[in-house]
Design a protein around this ligand. Structure first.
Ligand code: AMP
Length: 440
């Protein structure tokens, strides 16, 4: 299967080939023809599957296709709107739009909060065909009257489950009300909770359904390992592992923003270059840290789950769960940062006695036992008693695995609902022109 066989224009295929892609990924092979046909789409796919190109390429094709209705006169309107939960993801998606569209005459813009609004207002005065935005800042513009979405032809909700987790549902509804009724809607989500299904039911018209396996549920390319260790030895063990194995580019996860800061500072004291990224950091600090990490200047990036969402670093060799996530799906998202697009990766979890319940939940979700090891010199105390885990500010002290435990001290949304997109190893596609056409 080639990209041109999927019906994409020569200009787009050229850009993709230059990027080094020879073959479409499974999600691309299914999503591209579905989107090119002009219908709505409900896609179950997480980061790492190639989903960004899966929607970007056909959108570029449709918008540059002369036979598709375009602007007639006056200032060209915004024709495609891509909403993402995080700033990092918005920036990465827009970068992809620019790269894949470099041989086309389409113009894109990224819009997110945490940076000055005025340059964005200036930018909006010139042509923007494709807008990639996070919901909050987009609504700021709407309020200021600097943004017109009345001519949007294609809407993408990327990582819709994360958007709901982060409490964006009301913002999304406000945005939907600003769009023309007649449009193509594409919804991408890694999981299908009842909330997502409700959103999809209200938004999508006879959608094609595409579901690709959670690539990490099978984790063919990620070696996963647990090191059992006492809670107060984790930092020394991490420093030891980094130094003993000469690890570069290590993405380390903590549950809380405070924990991320503290760990980055401590590692720096150990002589290991480390920075933290999380929601309390300014956008410029986050961008800088990510840039240094990508270029290889920064050895360790410590991140919370939400801040790390959507970080796209090809061939990231090491992911460390310094603390296990209390939401088991986050484990899958975390290790999805490594071993991408066929590259080998390693995901290591440092687990203390307090986290046994989290570990059991993760193993249940991924349907396998993770190999456990003990590093000589870091043997855990077999008589240690578990202690409650603090989940970060604003959530009080929550016990391990408590049902009300929320995500990383950052989300305002509910704990995750069911999953279901993730039938390990199953790739399924079906055009939903069936009874009523709606996905249930
Ligand atoms: P995404 O799921 O969109 O975050 O993409 C995951 C990674 O796969 C990114 O690093 C892409 O650059 C890469 N990628 C996307 N499509 C392909 C492809 N057809 N062949 C190889 N790598 C790809």
């Amino acid at each position: 299967m080639t990209f041109s066989a999927l019906g994409l224009s020569e200009e787009i295929v050229r850009a993709v080939t230059e990027r080094g892609y020879t073959e479409p990924t499974p999600i691309q092979a299914q999503a591209i023809p579905a989107i090119l046909s002009g219908g709505d789409l409900l896609a179950g796919a997480q980061t790492g599957t190639g989903k960004t190109a899966g929607f970007t390429l056909p959108i570029l094709h449709r918008l540059s296709d002369k036979s598709v209705k375009g602007p007639s006169s006056g200032r060209p309107p915004i024709r495609a709107l891509i909403l993402t939960p995080t700033r990092e993801l918005a920036a990465q998606v827009e970068e992809s739009v620019r790269e894949y569209g470099k041989y086309l005459k389409l113009s894109s813009m990224v819009m997110f909060g945490g940076v000055g609004i005025n340059p964005q207002i200036t930018r909006l005065r010139s042509r923007v065909d494709i807008l990639v935005a996070t919901p909050g800042r987009l609504l700021d513009h709407v309020q200021q009257g600097t943004l017109d979405l009345s001519k949007v032809e294609i809407l993408v909700l990327d990582e819709a489950d994360r958007m709901l987790d982060m409490g964006f549902i009301r913002d999304i509804k406000k945005i939907l009300a600003l769009l023309p009724k007649q449009r193509q809607n594409l919804l991408f989500s890694a999981t299908f909770s009842d909330e997502i299904k409700t959103l999809a039911d209200g938004l999508l018209d006879k959608p094609a359904l595409i579901e690709v396996a959670r690539r990490n549920a099978t984790a063919d390319t990620v070696a996963q390992k647990v090191y059992l260790v006492d809670r107060d030895k984790k930092r020394q063990l991490l420093a030891h592992l980094i130094e003993a194995h000469n690890w570069h580019q290590v993405l380390v996860f903590t549950r809380t923003k405070h924990g991320a800061n503290r760990l980055a500072e401590q590692l720096a004291k150990d002589g290991i270059s480390a920075l933290a990224i999380h929601g309390n950091k300014s956008q410029s600090a986050r961008t800088r840290a990510l840039g240094e990490f990508k270029s290889g200047d920064l050895q360790v990036l410590v991140a919370t789950d939400i801040a790390a969402r959507g970080i796209d670093i090809s061939e990231l060799p090491h992911v460390v769960n310094y603390e296990l996530p209390n939401v088991p799906e986050d484990y899958v998202h975390r290790i999805g940062r490594t071993g991408r697009a066929g590259c080998e990766g390693e995901a290591v979890s440092l687990v203390c006695v307090d986290e046994n319940k989290f570990l059991a939940d993760i193993e249940k979700l991924i349907k396998r036992q993770l190999p456990k090891e003990i590093v000589p010199g870091f043997e855990p105390d077999l008589n240690a008693k578990p202690e409650p885990i603090l989940m970060g500010r604003g959530q009080g002290q929550q016990r391990r695995g408590a049902p009300s435990a929320n995500r990383s001290g950052q989300g305002q949304g509910k704990p995750r609902g069911g999953q279901g997109a993730g039938n390990a190893g199953v790739t399924r596609s079906s055009a939903a022109h069936r009874s009523g056409g709606r996905h249930r």
